[in-house]
Design a protein around this ligand. Structure first.
Ligand SMILES: [Zn+2]
Length: 294
């Protein structure tokens, strides 16, 4: 390579790098308004930020891992974490919640303020592993509105069926969580199936889960998580048609940490797959059946 060529490629390389570096898309919250919650003849869903999801299955409203309350002000989550994006809807604004599902008790999935607000305002049924079951009981949630999960159990939930997928998220050095202390949720609807696997290692049973249309794709490349490699694996084995990047971009955390990974680092793992890899904004609403997702 002569010097001129070297200078040219170096400059172009630097410019391209700069464009790539600065053009990394920032998430922009889209508010979820009241019309999301109405009776409808299809299913719609949205990412709520961090690990949260909301689903309207023909009028049945299901939330998974909602952390949708503020802390001391609107730049702080109820967990105390500084927010990079506002919540698309808050626990005080939601007009209807039939089922609230929790995958496990880590603070990036379960927090008291949202759970208490939803309980007080909307009296949903809570579905959760044992550690959260005990907490909700202590908040005064009646037992008739509490379901303690069992692996592979399924629960009829209005117009949908909620199927429990196993999870192993044993990151603690002392008394690590065991099976059924954590779980995932496969929401089966007449319009398609949505799988939120929770935080979990890639355990063999996950490769047996089939007929998934939409997979929430855990981009956190950290211990005890599926990360891009495990998520791509279960996208393939489950037959997912769409992968929704989540577990990132919401709290101001160091890059590479449990909530600070870059979803673009997942791209090499999903390259060549038939399923689409999407990075929606918090609150961006998708509609099932799948042929209506672009
Ligand atoms: Zn998590």
């Amino acid at each position: 390579m002569d010097r001129r060529h070297f200078v040219k490629t170096t400059i172009i390389g630097a410019v391209l790098f700069d464009i790539e570096f600065t053009s990394q898309r920032k998430l922009k919250t889209i508010p979820i308004n009241q019309s999301f919650f109405g009776q409808q003849k299809h299913t719609s869903f949205a990412w709520l930020g961090m690990a949260g999801a909301i689903i309207n299955c023909r009028g049945t409203i299901i939330l998974i891992d909602p952390l949708i309350s503020y802390g001391q002000d609107e730049s702080t989550c109820e967990t105390g974490d500084k927010l990079l994006v506002p919540h698309p809807v808050t626990a005080e604004q939601i007009p209807k919640a039939d089922y609230v599902c929790y995958t496990h008790a880590d603070s990036d999935h379960f927090a008291e303020k949202t759970a208490k607000a939803l309980n007080r305002r909307l009296a949903p049924v809570f579905i959760c592993p044992g550690p959260i079951y005990e907490k909700l009981l202590s908040f005064g949630v009646e037992e008739r509105r509490l379901i303690r999960i069992r692996d592979f159990a399924s629960y009829s939930a209005g117009n949908s069926e909620i199927f429990i997928t196993p999870a192993l998220h044993d990151w603690q050095k002392v008394n690590p969580w065991k099976r059924e202390d954590c779980c995932g949720y496969l929401i089966r609807t007449p319009d398609g199936n949505i799988w939120h696997p929770g935080d979990t290692r890639l355990i063999p049973e996950l490769e047996d889960i089939k007929n998934v249309d939409v997979l929430f794709f855990d981009v956190a490349a950290v211990d005890s998580h599926l990360g891009p490699e495990g998520s791509a694996r279960i996208a393939e084995t489950s037959g997912a048609k769409v992968m929704i990047a989540y577990h990132y971009g919401t709290f101001d955390l160091p890059s590479g940490s449990y909530g600070g990974c870059d979803p673009d680092d997942s791209l090499p793992y999903v390259k060549g797959m038939k399923a689409k890899f999407l990075k929606p904004d918090p609150g961006e609403v998708f509609r099932l059946p799948m042929n209506q997702i672009n």
